[in-house]
Ligand binder design. Structure first.
Ligand code: PEP
Ligand code: MG
Length: 922
């Protein structure tokens, strides 16, 4: 995903003028100017150019915001530019901003390049004041006499929004005042408040502003507008916006644009309203009419879930003309953008207005289905389709699902807002969600509806359950964006966040801490823990589900087609990190083209083998050591035979022993206690005593920098020789049995070519001996891991002794940063992430500037020495989507990753090839 973001940052061409222009009319921009105008501004311009009904307006650029954020003041030229555009807007609309007799009102809306739903500020109805509220009433009254209520409702909305977002007044103060007014009137519906009630509320709201800011609500419309613009600029750096950006890996330096748009009103009565819609179902990808509509309301009411919305399809019965027009526009937009679009619209007294469109967020399954549907419709080609899905989505589709045969009690059936199967303890506020999850609990965040302040809790939770709101509610949109399971609008549930519990339709009470299970693919909510079953996509990769199966509405077929295309397009080969036949077999089914890392230490585990390794460690003379090695050798050989069989015909890179030997010895404390107890019983155990001595002797302050890797091979005579013999004999046996084994021997933790040369000589000797003894001529390549900075820096020399390099980016990251790979993520990484030192752990995604630069250097130098040097990576980064793109660009031949990540790596390798092909041709 990060790579997408960066690629688009790089690709966009921004107009450059000697005199920087900070304001663009909607008629001046277009959809490709998202860097400058933000997504909302660019798309409003695009819709304007398409001739769609967009209320006139203009956009203040992200560049203006950057100046403001960098210097604390808006650019000097901005005020005059805004004035000029405002004048033009006023002329076009035939009204002046905030005019007492006939006011023009505007909305001031944020809009960054990448959608950040609800994270930044918006203020509607700017221009209303004590002076102009009457004018607005008169405007509205001209039509049907309902003007007073509407004008005062709009004014109270302005003070409420402005007070909260611009002046920083606690939003609850307004909510509570509104709630009190409704109670006094004996209603729960804001529509029952009449003009007089709303006028009183306006007075109360003004009082709240005065009491909490020490100033009056500003009456000057231009001051309102300017303050709102600054507030939007500032909201780019609000805590929640920063958190969201970190979560979604949106670069912090992008900034937001500000859109100033003439107001149209959905709150003018029953023939008005506002809604959101998708051109197809964002949850499943299927065609149809999807959206929510709210009569007599303004935009924020829909997303906030204040009143329950009606389904968009019902609009047809209410206002067929607007509905039909909307359907036509949606089709236009989908064909124009060649993708699923989501839109916001308002109907003002029967006239439809488009307030926003963008390429809509979607679930992983929808992304795959839509991509191939659009190919079939002839709107995009397969390259474009592949570009539109990503590895993170594929990984999501590989998660297990709930077992549909479950006997668990279903207590609600809400809206399937974001798929996945999540089990956890119910928690009712964000703080508890974070706290409990930090202490290792899995939690489900349960709310009536979420708002942007819940972001922390949503990130911490396994899933989100709400009792209000539709597919376009905040919870649904944000959860989908994060790939988090979400069921929303489970109306049967009575959620009481104060008492920290919810009650089901039949009166069962679920308290904080009770286990619940939510299914984001079906919307079902269960009590207790529901067992899970594998995903159909995994069954397809496993070969147990046919590619043509129409499982889940063509999902498997879509995955199959896009994977096949990725395989055609990719240059990188994909291997597996596997060290037993089971993993190797699975990896092969998942598309592995060999093994890139067999960690032989894993073959030394298990009670019996561990004892043999102990004997090797305890051996203090050649004879004992040879005996121990001779016992281990057939065990190793047997493992290799199985592995080569599973990967017959494909390369298998076997890495010789790497970890410090003390890892094979008992824990020092446990052993000390055992020895002490035995001594106390006067029954000392000789072996334990020797072991304890060895543990003490082998103890290291920094074992990761100690006696491990090639160093072990150099100080323990015969160890590597035994391993190489086992490999060679296993290969010979397979060959004699008609197989096609292709082993490669890899030496870990090399820092200098001399280490490699010594080990290489020993290995070659053994290989020659085995060839002579078996009569089988083996072509076994010898290579090394590049996982120390010195190895990367001297790669040109090392390549003289190595036929291949495999980058061990786990150790390379550890040693380049000086970060202990076993400790730092749990200790201080949270602080580093919070401070923005990096956006993602360098152990997860390759640090391009540091570790990546060393990789590039080693590739260059290595190939200078040995042009046919084979290059791969086998650290965890080999299966990380963003890193796969980096390795593709760095010119590696393959990535190697755990079996389960192989499909993701294949897909991303295909996408990387398409991206570079695109940038090469630019
Ligand atoms: C590495 O360091 O990246 C690597 C693959 O080796 P290991 O994780 O076994 O140290
Ligand atoms: Mg390593």
């Amino acid at each position: 995903m990060f790579s997408d973001v960066r690629a688009t940052v790089r690709q966009e061409n921004r107009p450059v003028s000697a005199e920087q222009k900070f304001v663009y009319d909607f008629t001046e921009g277009n959809k490709d100017l998202k860097d400058l105008l933000g997504g909302k501004g660019a798309n409003l311009a695009e819709m304007t150019n398409l001739g769609l009904p967009v209320p006139p307006g203009f956009t203040i650029t992200t560049e203006a915001c950057k100046v403001y954020l960098d210097t604390g003041a808006e650019p000097a030229a901005l005020r005059a530019e805004v004035s000029a555009h405002l004048d033009a807007l006023e002329q076009q609309m035939g009204r002046r901003l905030g005019d007492a007799a006939d006011p023009l009102l505007v909305s001031v809306r944020s809009g960054a390049k990448f959608s950040m739903p609800g994270m930044m500020d918006t203020v509607l109805n700017i221009g209303l004041s004590d002076a102009s509220v009457g004018g607005l009433a008169a405007q509205a009254a001209a039509a049907d006499g309902s003007g007073d209520r509407f004008a005062w409702d709009s004014y109270r909305r302005l003070i409420q929004m402005f007070g909260k977002t611009v002046l920083g007044v606690e939003g609850d103060l307004f909510e509570e005042a509104l709630e009190r007014a409704k109670q006094a009137k004996g209603t729960s519906d804001d529509l029952d408040l009449d003009a007089a009630d709303l006028k009183a509320i306006v007075e109360e709201f003004k009082g709240i502003v005065r009491d909490h800011t020490g100033r009056d609500f500003p009456q000057d419309p231009r001051e309102q507008m300017d303050l709102a613009v600054h507030a939007v600029f500032d909201s780019w750096n609000s805590d929640r916006a920063k958190l969201y950006r970190r979560q979604e890996r949106i670069p912090g330096e992008l900034a937001t644009a500000v859109n100033i748009c003439s107001m149209v009103f959905g709150n003018l009565g029953a023939d008005s309203g506002t809604g959101v819609a998708f051109t197809r179902d964002p949850a499943s990808g299927h065609a149809g009419v999807y959206g929510d509509y709210l009569q007599n309301a303004q935009g924020e009411d829909v997303v906030a879930g204040i009143r329950n919305t009606m389904q968009l399809a019902e609009l047809e019965g209410l206002d067929k003309t607007s509905y039909d027009r909307l359907m036509t526009i949606m089709e236009t937009l989908e064909n124009h953008y060649r993708d699923l679009c989501d839109i916001e619209f308002t109907i003002e007294r029967g006239k439809l207005w488009m307030l926003q469109t963008r390429v809509g967020k979607r679930t992983a399954a929808a992304a795959f289905r839509i991509a191939v549907q659009l190919v079939d419709q002839g709107l995009i080609d397969l390259d474009e389709a592949l570009h539109r899905v990503n590895g993170a989505q594929l990984a999501q589709l590989m998660f297990p699902r709930f077992d549909e045969a479950t006997k668990a009690e279903r207590v609600a059936w809400g809206i399937a807002a974001s798929p996945g199967a999540a089990v956890g303890k119910a928690v009712f506020d964000s703080y508890t969600a974070v706290k409990w999850s930090r202490s290792g609990e899995q939690v489900i965040l349960v709310r009536r509806e979420t708002n942007p302040d819940d972001l922390d809790g949503m990130i911490a939770a396994e899933g989100i359950l709400t009792s209000r709101g539709g597919k376009t509610s905040h919870a649904a949109v944000v959860a989908r964006g994060m790939g988090k399971t979400c069921v929303c609008g489970a109306e049967e549930l009575e959620v009481d966040t104060k008492k920290r519990r919810f009650t089901t339709a039949d009166g069962k009470v679920v308290e904080e801490g009770d286990l619940i299970s939510i299914d984001g693919s079906t919307g079902k909510v269960y009590l207790g823990e529901v067992p899970v079953v594998p995903s159909p996509v995994v069954e397809y990769f496993e070969g147990t589900l046919h590619a043509g199966a129409d499982e889940q509405g063509g999902l498997v077929q879509a995955v199959h087609r896009l994977m096949a295309h990725a395989d055609i397009r990719r240059r990188l080969r994909v291997r597996a990190n596997a060290d037993n036949a089971d993993d190797a077999n699975r990896a092969r089914r998942f598309g592995a083209q060999g093994i890139g890392l067999c960690r032989t230490e894993h073959m030394f585990l298990g009670e019996e083998r561990r004892r043999e390794v102990e004997q090797l460690i305890l051996a203090d003379n050649d004879k004992d050591r040879d005996t121990a090695l001779a016992t281990l050798m057939p065990l190793q050989k047997g493992d290799f035979v199985e592995l080569f069989q599973a990967m017959d015909g494909l390369p298998v890179t076997v890495r010789l022993l790497d970890p410090p030997l003390h890892e094979f010895l008992p824990d020092i404390t446990e052993l000390s206690v055992r020895v002490a107890l035995a001594e106390a019983r006067k029954d000392p155990n000789e072996n334990d005593l020797r072991l304890l001595q060895a543990v003490h002797k082998l103890h290291e302050q920094n074992p990761m920098l100690g006696l491990r890797g090639v160093r072990l091979g150099l100080v323990i005579p015969g160890l590597f020789g035994m391993q190489v013999r086992a490999i060679a004999e296993a290969a010979a046996e397979r060959r004699l049995g008609g197989g096609d084994p292709r082993p490669e021997v890899m030496i870990p933790l090399v820092g200098t070519v001399q280490e490699l040369e010594i080990v290489r000589d020993e290995c070659e000797l053994v290989l020659a001996e085995v060839a002579a003894a078996t009569g089988v001529k083996l072509d076994i390549k010898l290579g090394t891991m590049i996982e120390l900075p010195r190895a990367a820096l001297t790669a040109g020399q090392i390549a003289e002794a190595a036929e291949f390099f495999s980058f061990g980016t786990n150790d390379l990251t550890q040693t380049v940063w000086g970060f202990s790979r076993d400790d730092v993520e749990a200790s201080f990484f949270t602080a580093y992430l919070e401070k923005g030192i990096f956006g993602v752990s360098p152990f997860e995604t390759i640090d391009r500037d540091g570790v990546g630069a060393l990789v590039e250097h080693a590739v260059r130098e290595g190939r200078k020495t040995r042009p046919d040097l084979k290059l791969g990576v086998c650290g965890e980064h080999g299966g990380d989507p963003d890193s796969v793109h980096f390795f593709h660009r760095a010119g590696l031949d393959y990535v190697s990753c755990s079996p389960f990540r192989i499909p993701v790596a294949r897909l991303e390798a295909g996408r990387a090839a398409i991206e570079t092909a695109g940038s090469d041709s630019r």
